[in-house]
Design a protein around this ligand. Structure first.
Ligand code: AMP
Ligand code: GLY
Length: 426
């Protein structure tokens, strides 16, 4: 079968890498892809937001299955469009993707279905938002309603900062239309975990647990990023926590969506805070996490194609996902300056040393390839991902590999997965 993957990040490279191993896949395309993906799939120069063009391509090339990587095409309605044209696409339709596309909508559904989450209020008026802040205690969590590339959440230590954040979002429109509303939330303490499931709207197939590292510097310091590294499994998700996530969060949210006649088909990613009194929802995403996906794809031993097909066809109760007992750790190598303004076009050296790497894969995110040489092309450049018998072994392996790669200005965290090496509660 012919498969098209939409997107150009490390997540998409890992999906393409996994799909390339499927005996079912005869031809792979990726739009628009990156330097690493070009070794496994034919690149198609169409952006993820050009959903009409993507549908046209899928029709012309008789693509049997399209996998939407990032959220943007989903919130634009690519699943609805493909379905209308009789094309098969993996990813939720526009109404369901709103769970990621609007934090106000997600919070409303959470409240409606009594699902544990931070207390909150939503505002479109800055004066009312300020008044609400005056009655709350710090720290304040201020969020732009819409998609803001992971930058729309501001954790503010003082009321002054929180008021400035509200003004930035609602008045100065720092996030454009994504800031028509703000959500102000209670600050939650605990350890974060990423919990992804496949769902056809009815059945739920949990994927392996993972944990992301959002801050740019070691020790969880500095600005928020798209994700600096990940590991799987996440020991914080114990058997009991897993059970609670399923019964207190995932089943009720799908039921809540069904009550509104929304059928969610795709990956549902719950960003969770595992607080002392249990798991609480920070956010939902309508797609695989990046870089969590890289760790997951390395550990998944089942063929991915039947899992995606069962999701689309509403047969998830008939399939199983098998995982390696090994742990996986992904370290994201970034361009100098990221997550602020960053440099591009630096030549990446050392990749050839890892060509035959047995225990890992160097997934590309922001790279381009020219005449066999690789150059940086975005903030997150590579996702070096390794397996190990334990998380500790995977950490040693992944840093051994990352140490062989270099370019001018490259930086990465040196403490990915350290939290998993400390004894956890529960
Ligand atoms: P979100 O995009 O909503 O997941 O937020 C991005 C990051 O901000 C999360 O991964 C958390 O680290 C942090 N965050 C969001 N909401 C809260 C909250 N209510 N309490 C504490 N931290 C939060
Ligand atoms: N790594 C966090 C995300 O994909 O949203």
């Amino acid at each position: 079968m012919k498969v098209l993957v939409i997107g150009s990040g490390g997540r998409e490279h890992s999906l393409v890498w996994k799909l390339a191993q499927s005996p079912r896949v005869t031809r792979l395309y990726c739009a628009p892809g990156n330097g690493g993906i070009s070794e496994l799939a034919e690149l198609v120069p169409i952006g993820p937001e050009e959903i009409e063009k993507l549908a046209g391509f899928a029709e012309r090339e008789k693509i049997d299955l399209t996998v939407a990587g990032p959220e943007l095409p989903l919130t634009l309605g690519i699943a609805d469009l493909f379905r209308k044209r009789g094309l098969r696409l993996f990813g939720p339709d526009r109404g369901a993707a709103k769970l990621e596309g609007s934090k106000a909508f997600a919070k409303e559904l959470l409240r409606e279905n009594r699902i544990p989450t931070a207390a909150f209020a939503t505002f479109s008026d800055a004066a009312l938002a300020r008044k609400y802040l005056a009655g709350r205690k710090p720290p304040y969590v201020v969020k732009a309603d819409g998609l803001a590339a992971g930058k729309g959440v501001l954790i503010c230590v003082t009321r002054g900062e929180a008021e400035a954040a509200v003004d930035d979002i609602l008045v100065r429109r720092a996030f454009g239309a994504a800031g028509e509303q703000v959500v102000i939330e209670e600050f939650l303490d605990g350890e974060e975990a990423s919990f992804m499931v496949l769902t056809d709207g009815e059945n739920i197939l949990p994927l392996a647990s993972a944990q992301d590292h959002k801050r740019v510097f070691d020790g969880d310091l500095g600005a928020n990023t798209g994700g600096m590294g990940a590991y799987s499994p996440a020991p914080v998700v114990t058997g009991e926590i897993h059970r609670r996530i399923m019964t207190e969060i995932l089943h009720p949210i799908l039921q809540g969506l069904r009550k509104r006649e929304i059928r969610y088909r795709g990956v549902l990613y719950a960003g969770l805070m595992i607080a002392a009194d249990g798991p609480k929802v920070l956010e939902f995403n309508a797609r695989f996490g990046d870089p969590e996906c890289q760790s997951l794809m390395l550990r998944l031993t089942s063929d991915l194609v039947p899992l995606l097909e069962a999701t689309i066809d509403g047969r998830l109760d008939q399939v199983k996902a098998e995982w390696a007992d090994d742990a996986a750790v992904c370290v994201v190598m970034c361009a100098g300056g990221y997550p602020g303004a960053y440099e591009k076009g630096k030549e990446i050296k050392g990749l050839e040393r890892l060509k035959d790497w047995k225990r890992g894969v160097v997934f590309h995110a922001g790279t381009t390839k020219q005449e066999g040489r690789c150059f940086t092309a975005a903030g997150r450049v590579l996702g070096v991902t390794a397996l190990g018998n334990t998380i500790h072994e995977a950490v040693l392996e992944v840093y051994r590999a990352a140490g062989q790669i270099e370019w001018d200005g490259a930086h990465y965290r040196k403490d990915i997965a350290q939290r998993a090496l400390r004894p956890t509660r529960g």
